[in-house]
Design a protein around this ligand. Structure first.
Ligand code: ATP
Length: 292
């Protein structure tokens, strides 16, 4: 195999509880993460032996060099596999997932690179090994390799599939501002540690209780981001006004999502606001990476 093209799916956090902070500064989380159909396309093409890594991204704020998480993923793969002659690959990245948006776009891309190199070089690494390599690059990479609906704990290393989530229509709204994940975590008040929305969602999914989703889904980072980006609260409100069962921010934001039980109100929302803000109608996926 000389070339592989992959879809790298974004994620949303259906819940996000912060359990505490480790001495090294990493936050411990409990989150139900969900892969969604919004995807970047990544093509990996093998180059001649010894030619190293090269990268082209079609997005102005996504670097073309070793600062790109895809580049770092390829380097990490090379280190762990110790392939003779090293990794020689040209990476081409077509971004659709908004950058710095709480949708894990970089992590999805890194997961796709690890998955793709494992195929391209026939190294046969198991998922758990790829996830171990992925964790050295970013906390969400192991989940993106697994994909679907998962309980994610620790700093992102403990992953358990818990899906599928009930069938819903999802709408994403990405306000113009981008936020830095590190900055949002720095603004977190330890008094908010220990939420239990993840437990409530797991209970809901296991026993199919009739508790409204709006009283279950929470994101501990939302209160921090919404002070910096007031559009978070505004768009959450608009999604509810237009018939969403629940609206919530994903990850460190500022993207918010709404879950609708029917397609029509979701469609109306997309048509009404598509000229004002970035909106996406997406479906839930049972995987994080797929080759096409
Ligand atoms: P998360 O939800 O995991 O916090 P995010 O959506 O907030 O992710 P990303 O879009 O993954 O954030 O990454 C944002 C930063 O990483 C930007 O500063 C961007 O320049 C840099 N970056 C490096 N490589 C990539 C990549 N392949 N895709 C997107 N951003 C990248």
């Amino acid at each position: 195999m000389e070339q592989i093209t992959l879809q790298a799916y974004a994620k949303v956090n259906l819940t996000l509880d912060i359990q505490g902070r480790r001495k090294d500064g990493y936050h411990l989380l409990r989150s139900v993460m969900q892969s969604i159909s919004l995807a970047d396309t990544i093509t990996l093409q093998k180059k001649g032996r010894g030619q190293g890594i090269s990268l082209h991204s079609d997005h102005p704020s996504v670097p073309d060099d070793e600062h790109n998480i895809c580049w770092r993923a390829a380097q990490a793969f090379e280190q762990h596999t110790q392939l003779s002659g090293g990794v020689a690959v040209s990476i081409s990245l077509a971004k659709k997932i908004p950058v710095a948006a709480g949708l894990g776009g970089g992590s999805a891309d890194a997961a796709a690179v690890l998955y793709g190199l494992n195929k391209l070089y026939g190294t046969g690494l198991e998922l758990a090994k790829l996830q171990q390599i992925g964790l050295t690059i970013g906390a969400d990479v192991p989940f993106c390799l697994q994909g679907g609906t998962c309980l994610v704990e620790g700093i992102g290393e403990a992953i358990r599939p818990v899906g599928p989530f009930p069938s819903v229509t999802m709408v994403l709204v990405k306000p113009k501002a981008g936020v830095s994940t590190a900055q949002i975590y720095r603004g977190l008040d330890p008094a908010t540690y220990g939420g239990d929305s993840t437990d409530r969602l797991l209970e809901f999914m296991t026993n199919r209780t009739d508790t409204p989703l709006a009283s279950i889904l929470e994101n501990a980072l939302e209160s921090v981001t919404s002070v910096l980006v007031p559009e978070v609260g505004i768009w959450k409100g608009r999604l509810l006004e237009h018939g969403a069962l629940v609206s919530l921010m994903s990850g460190s934001g500022p993207t918010v999502f709404g879950l609708f039980s029917e397609e029509l109100p979701a469609q109306r929302f997309l048509e009404r606001f598509q000229h004002e803000v970035q909106v996406f109608g997406v479906t839930l996926m049972d995987r994080g990476v797929c080759s096409r």
